[in-house]
Design a protein around this ligand. Structure first.
Ligand SMILES: *Cc1c(COP(=O)(O)O)cnc(C)c1O
Length: 238
């Protein structure tokens, strides 16, 4: 095994053990939790090493950055690519072309752009709605009060499939600080299920420092960067 692959494999083992313990505490099974490896800022060779280590879901947050990596032929037949960053409407088409799922739909306008792009690409585009649960101006995501209308809108779009919800809670040193936000996202999902009769099987929540708490609150996907790949260069939220 190449050095990078064995380092990632060791990290993956640590993360997987923590996933297993959290799932056990919550009376859930580990196969209800998927690790999305957040490979943003890392080169294509790191993604290849992660794939060799057994990871299959990958999250990227910049269209252009991912286009450059794809150009180096990351053509795994079995990888699932998630777009997890803020998506500008004018990049909707490129996102639909490149990604298996767009996890960050946060406006009706964007949903329509994605649907039009999916129609052109002759695909049905799976998406998640990103919900903003804190008042922070800097965070993207739809407000709780606008969630239902956005969900209803997406359900009427012919080329877009709503698969669930995603959130990024405000950063807190103590992982327990995010618990109320994770619980809230699950309750919002349950509410939409009841009111709109949607299935919404996926809840994408929890990152390197708080994914165990997210699993206890029902996460089906955790987005893990640092705990698999080490620190990224540059700002924390990149
Ligand atoms: C960067 C990023 C992550 C990964 O964060 P880590 O703390 O490194 O695990 C998860 N989700 C989103 C949306 C991100 O942008």
């Amino acid at each position: 095994m190449a050095v990078q692959t064995s380092a990632i494999a060791a990290n993956l083992e640590r993360v997987s053990e923590k996933v297993a313990r959290a799932a056990e505490r919550a009376g859930r099974s580990t196969d209800q939790v998927t690790i999305v490896a957040v490979s943003k800022t890392f080169p294509a060779e790191t993604i290849r090493a992660a794939h060799d280590a057994g990871l299959r879901h990958f999250g990227e947050n910049r269209i252009q950055e991912f286009e450059a990596k794809q150009a180096t032929q990351l053509g795994f037949a079995d990888a699932v690519w998630h777009f997890i960053g803020h998506l500008q409407s004018n990049k909707a088409h490129r996102a639909v072309h490149l990604f298996d799922r767009i996890d960050s739909i946060d406006s009706i306008g964007l949903a329509h752009k994605v649907d039009a792009a999916a129609a052109q690409e002759r695909k049905r585009q799976p998406v998640l709605i990103e919900v903003k649960l804190s008042g922070e101006e800097t965070k993207s995501g739809v407000c709780e009060s606008e969630l239902r209308t956005l969900a209803e809108t997406i359900c009427r779009l012919p080329h877009t499939e709503l698969h669930g919800l995603m959130t990024i809670p405000p950063y807190s040193e103590d992982p327990q600080g995010a618990r109320a936000h994770f619980r809230k996202l699950r309750e919002l999902r349950d509410g939409l299920r009841r009111e709109l009769g949607l299935e919404l099987p996926f809840l994408s929540m929890g990152m390197s420092h708080d994914f165990d708490v997210a699993i206890e609150e029902g996460a089906t996907e955790i987005r893990i960067g640092t705990a698999l790949f080490g620190e990224r260069l540059g700002a924390r939220n990149r």
